[in-house]
Every structure is written in structure tokens, then in C-alpha cells.
Write a protein that binds this ligand. Structure first.
Ligand code: SAM
Ligand code: DTB
Ligand code: SF4
Length: 343
């Protein structure tokens, strides 16, 4: 059941998917998943916060916003060598992609050359590279592409309508502008958002519709379940029904059949059964490693056990997004994923 790629989804069509009986929705999503991917392979990325806290943006969910008192320990931009040391560790533990995140509105002139060195350095270790640094100018995007950046993460986070309730220091359109620069520079786009922020079901429908109707589907679609941070306005947001979270994954898979859908933040609060259903519904990427950016993630060993229990293996990666080979292919056997388990 291969699906044609569409960019003209209507609200009613997406709502009709959400309204399907759970089994029908999962069957459709899994059939599409199977037609486009190895259903037992999951891409494995590790995150590192390269600059932490004191962010000028006011995202109501975020531990790193300078607008809220979240008791977070702030940290200046890490030294390039420290970042490479962490990337080496992530590779040895089995990650194929290293994602570096900075709490900036946009990168400064002073910091930007260091960020480029990080991209070159991580790439030279034989890993895929990903960065999330806030808004980018056209020139910065070109420079990142030249340095060999594989992916740029820049989320639209929620529906266009609900966006204003969550963030006031930038607009939804600002996000689309940076996404266009990234696409134009030939860097693969990683773009998704968060659920469980007090949004309506209609916002979740519209959020996925916006993603699917972008000129090109994002290559990676992270679906984060809100990690509630003490001191932020969303500290006491109501939990989303886990079945509604699984529905999000399933609908994302149906709308964007060729994209990697990432089961992102919030896995620590999910049981194994929910995660397994997410993989069945079409999730085929995770953040792996004991920390996300500032909050915790399942222990590496727990993820390895879960993979083993479900017969899932890390996805094999042989080349960068520009077609150049990785220093050495990352295969399940060579990735260090299972070696790390034996340790
Ligand atoms: N500052 C950059 C930006 O906003 O693009 C990059 C880092 S930001 C932390 C990346 C994404 O992480 C956000 O867009 C949001 O979707 C997700 N995120 C941040 N805090 C979160 C939380 N508490 N729970 C779940 N997801 C979160
Ligand atoms: C994304 O969508 N999720 C990641 C990544 N992109 C950068 C970040 C999750 C952050 C969770 C909260 C924290 O650890 O601070
Ligand atoms: Fe800053 Fe990104 Fe957090 Fe928003 S999500 S406050 S931009 S670090």
C-alpha cells in the first residue's frame, strides 16, 4: 500500500483520520509504514545541549526560556572539543545521528564559526549531524550546508492558531521563513512539535495538516509529548490520553508516508506498551541517551532491552544526506548499540 505524497490535505480529511476506530487507524498507518520502511528498524539520534538556558524567547513549555524561573543551570556555548567528546560517546553507545541544540533566538556572529567547527568535527567522526539553533539567515544556512550539516531541526510546535498562545516573541511565519532557507540550502528538514500543551483536538489536526502541506514533507517529524517543567506556565497542563498520542503518530505516518516520525520527548513518562504501539503506528526514530536537552530520557539499557523484546534494530545508515558515504557505515552490529548492552 504505497501512498502518493500529498500537500493538499484539508482539515476535514485529517479529522476523519483521527475519528476512525483505533484499530482501523492503526491498521492503515502500519500498512503504509510497512510499504515505505523496514517496520523493525528505528533510527537512533542522541541530543546534546551545546548552550543552555537564558533564552530570550518565551516558549511556555521550555525549561530554557529566560522568562521563567525554572531553576535550570545555565551554560555558555560548550567548547568544540567537549562537544566532539560527547559525540564520540554517543557513537560508541550506538547513535547514528548527533543533534546539537542551542537556546538562542538566532546564532550570533561570534558563536557561528564555532558551530560550523562542531558540524565538521561530528561529521568527521562518521555520524549524521543535526543542529537546532533558532532562526537562521540565508547566509548562515548556506554556511551550515557547506560545513556538511545533514539536518536542521526547527519545529512549528502546534497549530498556527494556538502558536500565539504558546509563544509571543516570534511568529509562526518566522518559523516558516527559516524552514524555507533550510530547504533551499539542501539541508534536510526536521520539523514537528509538541502535544499536551492544553491545545484542542482541532489544534492537533491543524498542526499535522500544516506539516503535511509544507512544500516538501519534513524528512524527520519529531512528535514530543510535553515534559512538564516546574516554573513554566505549562507546569500543570493536563495529560493527553496515551491513545490520542498514538493517534498523532499514526496520522503523521499516513500524511507523511516517507518521513521518519520520531517518538521524541516524553518517553520516560510512557510505558513500554504505549511505545510499542507508537512503533506499530509508524514511529521509526527515537532520541537515545539518558538526557534530552535539559530533561531526562529512558536509560540506554532500558531502550536496548525494549528493542530486543520487540525485535527492533537500529536503522542502518551508510551515507550522509548529500550522498557522500559515512566514514564507516552504522549498522546494528557495528553501531555499538548491542556492544554497549553487553558492557
Ligand atoms: N531553541 C531552538 C528552537 O526553539 O528551535 C532549539 C531547541 S528547542 C528546545 C527544540 C524543540 O524541543 C522545541 O521546538 C519543542 O518542540 C521541544 N521541546 C522543548 N521543550 C520541551 C518540553 N518541555 N517538552 C517537550 N518538548 C519540548
Ligand atoms: C525536538 O523536537 N525535540 C528535541 C529536539 N527537537 C531538539 C528536544 C526535546 C526537549 C525536551 C525538553 C528538554 O530536555 O529540555
Ligand atoms: Fe528558547 Fe528553543 Fe526553549 Fe523556545 S524552545 S525558549 S527558542 S530554547
Amino acid at each position: 500500500m504505497t501512498a502518493t505524497l500529498r500537500h493538499d490535505w484539508t482539515f476535514e480529511e485529517v479529522k476523519a483520520l483521527f475519528d476512525k476506530p483505533f484499530n482501523d487507524l492503526l491498521f492503515q498507518a502500519h500498512s503504509i509504514h510497512r510499504a515505505h520502511f523496514d517496520p523493525n528498524a528505528v533510527q537512533v539520534s542522541t541530543l546534546l545541549s551545546i548552550k543552555t538556558g537564558a533564552c530570550p524567547e518565551d516558549c511556555k513549555y521550555c525549561s530554557q526560556s529566560g522568562h521563567y524561573n525554572t531553576e535550570l543551570e545555565k551554560e555558555k556555548l560548550l567548547a568544540v572539543e567537549k562537544v566532539l567528546e560527547e559525540a564520540r560517546k554517543a557513537k560508541a553507545s550506538g547513535a547514528s545521528r548527533f543533534c546539537m541544540g542551542a537556546a538562542w533566538k538566532h546564532p550570533s556572529k561570534k558563536d557561528f564559526p564555532l558551530v560550523l567547527d562542531m558540524v565538521r568535527g561530528v561529521r568527521a567522526l562518521g555520524m549524521e549531524t543535526c543542529m537546532t539553533l533558532g532562526a537562521l539567515s540565508e547566509a548562515q544556512t548556506m554556511a551550515l550546508a557547506e560545513a556538511g550539516l545533514d539536518y536542521y531541526n526547527h519545529n512549528i510546535d502546534t497549530s498556527r492558531d494556538y502558536y500565539k498562545t504558546i509563544i509571543s516573541t516570534r511568529t509562526f511565519e518566522d518559523r516558516l521563513d527559516t524552514l524555507a532557507h533550510v530547504r533551499d540550502a539542501g539541508i534536510k528538514v526536521c520539523c514537528g512539535g509538541i502535544v499536551g500543551m492544553g491545545e484542542e483536538a482541532d489544534d492537533r489536526i491543524d498542526f499535522l495538516r500544516e506539516l503535511a502541506n509544507l512544500p516538501v514533507h519534513p524528512d524527520s517529524v519529531p512528535i514530543n509529548n510535553l515534559v512538564k517543567i516546574k516554573g513554566t506556565p505549562l507546569e500543570h497542563a493536563e495529560d493527553l490520553d496515551p491513545f490520542d498520542f498514538i493517534r498523532m503518530i499514526a496520522v503523521a505516518r499516513i500524511l507523511m508516508p516517507q518521513s521518519h516520525v520520531r517518538l521524541s520527548a516524553g518517553r520516560e513518562e510512557m510505558n513500554d506498551q504505549t511505545q510499542a504501539l507508537c512503533f506499530f503506528a509508524g514511529a521509526n526514530s527515537i532520541f537515545y541517551g539518558e538526557k534530552l536537552l535539559t530533561t531526562s530520557n529512558p536509560l540506554e539499557n532500558d531502550d536496548m532491552q525494549l528493542f530486543r523484546r520487540l525485535g527492533i534494530h537500529p536503522e542502518t545508515v551508510t551515507e550522509h544526506t548529500d550522498g557522500k558515504p559515512l566514514l564507516e557505515p552504522v549498522t546494528p552490529e557495528a553501531s555499538g548499540f548491542y556492544n554497549a548492552m553487553a558492557r
